[in-house]
Design a binder for this molecule. Sequence first.
Ligand code: NAD
Length: 476
Amino acid sequence: MQMRIGGLESASSDDRWIRITNPATREEVDWVPAGTEEDVQWAVDTAETAFEGWRETPARERGKILFRAAGLVREIHSSLAPLLTREQGKPLREAIDELRGFANILEFYGGISASLQGDFISLGKSGECVVHYQPLGVCGAIIPWNMPAIVMGWKIAPALLAGNTMVMKPSSTAPLTSLHLARLLEEAGIPSGVLNVVTGGGEEVGSPLVRHPKIQKLSFTGSTETGAQVLALSREIKKEIVLELGGSDPMIVWKDADLEAAVAGAVRGRFYNAGQTCNAVKRLYLHEEIASQFLQALVPRIQALIVGNGLDPQVEMGPLHTATGREKTVRQVQQVIEGGEGKILVGGEVPQGSEFEQGFFYQPTLISDVAEDSLLFTEEMFGPVLPVRTFSTLDEVIGMANHSKFGLGASIWTQNLTIARSVFRRVDAGVVWVNRHLTVPPEVPFGGVKESGLGRENGVQAIRHYTRTKSFFVAD
Ligand code: NAD
């Protein structure tokens, strides 16, 4: 791996560096170089040079390296987790989960490396054809701050396994864990130049990466707003892209649901990572026959969540990642309450107390009777706020669920298979869970419809997405 990070050698003034701070305390965690277009150029050239050797490496060898890297991550995940917590804000237990998830992704792709095979077509008297699946070349990856390790795994593992080399840009506010993971891949045997990391801002590094003519395919994960810019740019230059964007997942609780499981699912689905997960439960729809019983059980569960600095092992929910993210959450809640479009049942405030003074904390919040056109339903709510609405029929709730520009995930909580299948067929989403929400194992293809994205990641299919066919036709 080559890691020229933002012209490290020539950094001479502060604008060449980005300060990474802890969102719980605003204390400094570290600095990374602020990359430039020149660094992107250097990284792409390096990846291009490394491509010839990597594409010739047998897939099983590439898989073994991913496996070895997973082992290294598992060895040190407990000691690396505090860094993820300090740069991102999430509680330690979630940081550990995420690093294990990263190792799991590498193991999944490492484990299926032997299945990378071509197709044989017999053409009778005309001859025969062997279809090869060849790597594309240098691929690009742009990563958000909310799940920096998992999203990195989703992008690099299938692309590298398929024989591509890569240039990756981590988020400018949470790049440190990604850098450590890249180092572990190097230690595991990824050859120099195969995986390149350039730290820096969206305009300075992300945009040049999208525009670069040698990047054969670019996978972007981030907000729908930035995704629209990336899409416009990639269309101009006719680049193949994958966009994994925002979501506003509905969770639908039918009248026969196991309420205890559904309440636990709503708490975890919404408040995990302080609500900053693309496929979090962002809209809760309760059948009117069980709504009041459900809310009675849900309120104390939310009130009991322990909020604080994620480094404290007791803490269940950390701060929001940025000041801007918290401001947006405050604004969204204020507008809804002032407009009479909902009723606060829990939270709704910035928590008070010396331990919360410096960080970007917000109380876990539950708002009932939310109006259908309220911005809590129409915008992505990327914070710990759960808006609720009741329904009486399946048609009504499907209408509500699809009344959104997003279409990432959705869940239905029921014992009735007919209801579950009906929701699966009719709801706009890339994944529909039954009696579960949030979980995305690497085996399962993931991605959205509508403004939630374009293309899919994960699953065995993702390897093919990083190849193109070349047919070897032998005449009889
Ligand atoms: P963001 O769009 O602000 O940034 C994402 C990445 O894009 C960062 O690395 C950023 O530096 C870079 N970037 C910014 N401007 C750019 C530009 N003009 N050109 C190229 N790159 C640019 O998103 P974020 O705030 O980091 O992440 C949160 C968002 O990501 C949420 O909307 C969330 O739902 C979404 N997300 C989606 C998925 C998914 O799989 N669908 C997964 C995780 C997060």
